[in-house]
Design a protein around this ligand. Structure first.
Ligand code: HEM
Length: 180
């Protein structure tokens, strides 16, 4: 069993920053499509910029995770919980990388407006507009968002279950300044 009992400060801050930004993007992303085109183009500047930051931070997080040993499973956890949490965490790692990548590809092929992240990175200028490709990445970006939303709800539910029902330190060891 791992001797490590808590996550490092860098990892905790990456976890909370990425988590909050992604949850806000999942909530507000859905309403983007009902906006008029000119307004959508403005809002997408922020959406694509924040998504690009999530992508860069997820690459950092992958690097951190592959080079540092995380705290091990607790004695309060069943074999099922240990396995399920591993599957859940690695699925989230993969999908949180794919989500912004699908967004960037959608932006590259977009036909009806320009996607310029933070008004600086012109993703739509990287490739010729293509309705078929845009549609494929639009569907992938939407489906991945739905799967991430379900996993995030499960992830938060599991953290609360540990904290309030099992009363162990699973949630505490991820809280900045928290003592496991
Ligand atoms: C973790 C990062 C991201 C999250 C959580 C996210 C989330 C979402 C969600 C929930 C939608 C609505 C999908 C639907 O209802 O079908 C959406 C739409 C969209 N996203 Fe993202 N996104 C992210 C990153 C990006 C990036 C990096 C880009 C581009 C560089 C991007 C470009 C777009 C575009 C162009 C749309 C379509 C808006 C429209 O319908 O006109 N997204 N996003």
């Amino acid at each position: 069993m791992s001797e490590i009992v808590k996550y490092g400060a860098t990892f905790k801050w990456l976890h909370w920053f990425i988590g909050i930004v992604v949850i806000l993007m999942l909530i507000f992303g859905r309403s983007l499509e009902s906006l008029p085109l000119s307004e959508r183009e403005q809002i997408i500047m922020g959406h694509s910029g924040l998504g690009t930051i999530v992508l860069l931070l997820m690459l950092l997080r992958w690097g951190w995770r592959l080079t540092h040993e995380p705290p091990g499973a607790l004695e309060t956890m069943t074999v099922f919980q240990t396995r399920a949490s591993k599957i859940m965490h690695w699925t989230l790692y993969v999908l949180l990388l794919l989500q912004p990548v699908f967004g960037i590809f959608q932006a590259m092929f977009i036909t009806d407006y320009q996607v310029i992240a933070f008004g600086v990175i012109d993703y739509s200028g990287l490739a010729a507009a293509d309705e078929g490709m845009e549609k494929i990445f639009h569907v992938l970006h939407g489906v991945t968002a739905t799967v991430i939303s379900v996993l995030v709800i499960g992830h938060i539910g599991a953290a609360f279950y540990h904290h309030f029902h099992q009363k162990d330190s699973v949630m505490k060891r991820m809280i900045p300044f928290g003592k496991p």
